[in-house]
Design a protein around this ligand. Structure first.
Ligand SMILES: [Zn+2]
Length: 314
């Protein structure tokens, strides 16, 4: 029996506007980004990423600490902060790790985008419940964002054991059911995926813990999610954010325009999917039927950011 142990690192972007021009409808989107790492690889990947923090080209984790920017490079790498030079430089080097990840087995990344305009929010509002609709939507789709890539990337395994699920701290930390519900559901309803953890762990990253393995992975998925968000929404014209988005553009472009190309070097390493293709009706039982239909998920979508000098494919 073939078994793999993985850990999952998650980040979110919630309720962001997508401007579709003067004749299109402005949409609101949620995104869930997950980085899946075979648990035995976490240490090595974390060291590889953190070594790239050195401003002098040394290996940061074993560098003499007298090199340039050593202390100032001990910072949280965060999409929101790419306008600062050292944050950008490190993120830029981490992009190379993403681009060079062409052999399955090291780490995997998946993004699920949810078009809130096409969901009937009344379905997500339970009477007497304290939590709000936006959080309930996120809670419902979180398990999809985990199950889909696990089944896709590890289809030739008999058992996929989840050792831990780590989430960047945020509103969801306070949601009534989020911490337990998605993992319990997966454990009970999926015969191939087993949860060794019974709750999601929330981690806050700062300059003191930013080199820790799990925090490093959360900064890494923040990079991938932030770059993809900018490609899809063209949300920021800040030059460093655009540079990061353009650097990873070839990966996303490939998936959006040719997702089923099994010869792609990133096939079964990265993926994106969007939901739903058509507007869903409010009836609860219909919703559960719709969400398991594969054809309601899609990949082909306009990227609002275009590479300069390149014609839009749309
Ligand atoms: Zn150094």
């Amino acid at each position: 029996m073939k078994k793999i142990n993985v850990s999952i690192f998650c980040d979110e972007i919630k309720n962001e506007k997508l401007d579709n021009g003067p004749f299109g409808e402005t949409e609101n989107w949620d995104y869930i980004g997950v980085c899946i790492v075979p648990t035995s690889n976490i240490r090595n990947l974390s060291i590889e990423l953190n070594n790239l923090r050195c401003g002098a080209g040394n290996k940061y984790t074993s560098c003499s600490s007298n090199c340039s920017y050593h202390y100032s490079n001990q910072i949280k790498i965060h999409y929101q902060k790419y306008d600062t030079t050292n944050n950008f430089n490190i993120a830029n080097r981490w992009c190379d790790v993403i681009l060079n990840n062409i052999t399955p087995g090291r780490f995997y990344m998946h993004i699920l985008g949810i078009n809130l305009n096409k969901l009937d929010k009344s379905y997500f509002k339970n009477s007497g419940e304290e939590t709000n609709v936006e959080e309930n939507i996120y809670n419902r789709f979180f398990r999809t964002a985990i199950i889909y890539p696990l089944k896709k990337y590890f289809s030739d395994y008999d058992i996929i054991e989840i050792d831990g699920v780590y989430h960047d701290t945020g509103d969801m930390k306070y949601h009534k059911y989020f911490k337990y519900q998605p993992l319990r559901y997966i454990d009970l309803n999926d015969d191939k995926i087993v949860c060794n953890c019974n709750e999601i762990t929330f981690l806050e990253t700062n300059h003191l813990n930013c080199l820790d393995d799990k925090n490093t992975m959360l900064q890494f998925i923040d990079l991938f999610l932030g770059a993809n968000f900018n490609m899809l929404h063209n949300s920021s014209s800040q030059k460093n954010k655009v540079a990061i988005a353009k650097k990873l553009f070839p990966i996303t472009d490939r998936f959006i325009n040719n997702p089923n190309n099994i010869n792609s070097r990133y096939y079964n390493i990265y993926s994106l999917s969007f939901f739903p293709r058509k507007k869903l009706i409010s009836n609860a039982s219909e919703f559960e039927k719709e969400i398991i239909k594969k054809d309601n998920f899609y990949t082909n979508r306009e990227m609002k950011l275009q590479m300069s000098g390149q014609l839009s494919l749309f």
